[in-house]
Design a protein around this ligand. Structure first.
Ligand SMILES: *Cc1c(COP(=O)(O)O)cnc(C)c1O
Length: 475
């Protein structure tokens, strides 16, 4: 197949479409005010281009839907289960396979088996639910990102790597005996969608073997990581993405995958591993909490969609065109004068709102301000990753410790939007970037104590009041 000459061309055409809403500016203002200026509280039918998440938002293929129609809904031992199991075995090389309803269920089951009170989980970066489930298991989550990850503009190809020196130091140090798990997130969703190199994974595997610590992958984007390895790491240019993915899985002792991302399915997750004893413990937990071990909370038609999705997602034509679409959007955005975390990953772009909206101090939430402006001007929904989400507030909702960066994540659903939709995003950002000083900041009106960003309510602060606020803060 002549993949190379057509690398940016999607290897599919559109067969089924869904209308998207177009609200006028007044309707968007009204809708956003009613939602308390929180994108999570907008209705989906008030949004034109939805870049809130790439999780479960992808389009399925005709082959997936044909499989779904053949789904076997038997309670135990369904035909669809065996198809799913064989696909996961073939892809990961792991014998033991347990389906779950989504990634965080896998986390809960694996952590309650491998971790416990007093134990430590080490990672390049824990995803937010992963972090929460480590803590719920009574253990401690420690992130050891490589130093270049913290330089947003650095063009280093593998900013998702773990800091190997820090990992070795922890394993040989006084806390070494308490480390129950090393978990590598591929790609590193928490830190700019950056990939992890095979060299880094191999070194982690070797360290874990030497210290007899289990090494697992949190592999929600295993195929996108494989693609970036093929593109960026010497020695892998002529490997298929599937072969790279399998090689990565085989360096580890087990994996958890949220199949709502690179499973190309609306729902689903999986645990796959080598050790029969850990498998038996996880299986008992699964049957008690998720469902029998041949369906794990999923329907037969879900298992079919995933089994087919796992084949389609490692196709070089698909991965190449998706990577090219994200890269193209990044180039348009950068040309419009808005910086993004470099280099561009695949599933999302991260806008540097702090650098664009210099008139807004962190307490006025520049990331949230930019995300809000994208909705108000373009009907585009996306999420802030800055002080609103990660900063520390006092009892009166005032920011006392800002996040290290003020970012906005544009997550790109799989096979859903064309270049024309993404052009609209770039054009809206270009409009904003012409006069960034006109973008108002925000203040919090009410916020829950936990998982604030989902239910927070805010209000805009007129630019002049914001300036007065900054002058007051300077005094
Ligand atoms: C989405 C995600 C999870 C959690 O999976 P869900 O299916 O949303 O429960 C865990 N880790 C990473 C890296 C993810 O992206």
């Amino acid at each position: 197949m002549p993949v190379e000459p057509f690398a940016s061309l999607p290897p599919y055409r559109i067969k089924v479409v869904e209308p998207i809403p177009f609200l006028d500016a007044g309707q968007r203002r009204e809708a956003f005010a009613a939602a308390g200026y929180n994108p999570f509280d907008l209705r989906a039918d008030q949004i034109t281009v939805d870049l809130l998440s790439d999780s479960g938002t992808g389009a399925t293929s005709s082959a997936q839907e044909a499989g779904a129609a053949r789904g076997d809904e038997s309670y135990a031992g369904a035909r669809s289960w065996f198809r799913f199991r064989d696909e996961v075995r073939d892809l990961t090389g792991f014998d033991h396979v347990l389906p779950v309803h989504q990634g965080r269920a896998a986390e809960r089951i694996v952590f309650s088996t491998l971790l416990g009170p007093g134990r430590i989980c080490l990672s390049n970066t824990h995803f937010d639910t992963t972090h929460a489930n480590v803590v719920l298991a009574g253990a401690q989550a420690r992130d050891l990102p490589c130093p270049q990850a913290l330089d947003l503009d650095s063009q280093e190809p593998f900013k998702g790597d773990i800091d190997l020196a820090a990992l070795e130091q922890t394993l040989t140090g006084p806390d070494g005996d308490r480390v129950g798990l090393v978990l590598m997130t591929i790609t590193n969703n928490g830190l700019g969608a950056q990939p992890v190199s095979m060299a880094n994974l191999s070194a982690v595997a070797e360290l874990c073997r030497r210290h007899k610590v289990p090494f697992w992958l949190d592999a929600a984007r295993f195929a996108e990581n494989a693609w970036l390895v093929r593109e960026r790491e010497p020695g892998y240019g002529d490997w298929t993405p599937r072969r790279i993915a399998t090689h990565a899985f085989q360096l580890a002792d087990g994996c958890m995958i949220s199949l709502k991302k690179d499973g190309l399915a609306p729902v689903g997750g999986v645990i796959a591993l080598r050790d029969p004893q850990v498998y038996a413990a996880c299986e008992a937990n699964l049957i008690a909490t998720e469902g029998f071990s041949t369906y794990g909370g999923l329907a037969g038609h879900d298992l079919e969609r995933i089994a087919q999705g796992l084949r389609e997602v490692v196709d070089a034509g698909y991965l190449g065109s998706r990577a090219a679409a994200t890269e193209r959007l990044a180039r348009l955005i950068n040309e419009a004068g808005v910086d993004t975390v470099q280099p561009a990953g695949i599933h999302a772009l991260y806008l540097n709102a702090g650098r664009l909206l210099t008139h807004l101090e962190p307490a006025r939430f520049p990331g949230h301000a930019l995300a809000s402006e994208l909705y108000l001007r373009g009907g585009i929904r996306c999420a802030e990753l800055g002080s609103l989400y990660l900063g520390e507030l006092d009892g009166r909702h005032r920011l006392v410790r800002p996040a290290p960066f003020e970012l906005v994540r544009l997550a790109i659903p799989r096979r859903v939007y064309t270049d024309a939709h993404l052009d609209h995003v770039a054009a809206t950002l270009a409009e904003i970037a012409k006069e960034p000083g006109r973008v108002p900041g925000y203040r919090i009106v009410s916020a829950p104590r936990l998982l604030r960003h989902f239910k927070v309510r805010l209000e805009p602060v007129a630019p002049r009041a914001a300036r007065r606020g900054r002058a007051a803060a300077a005094r």
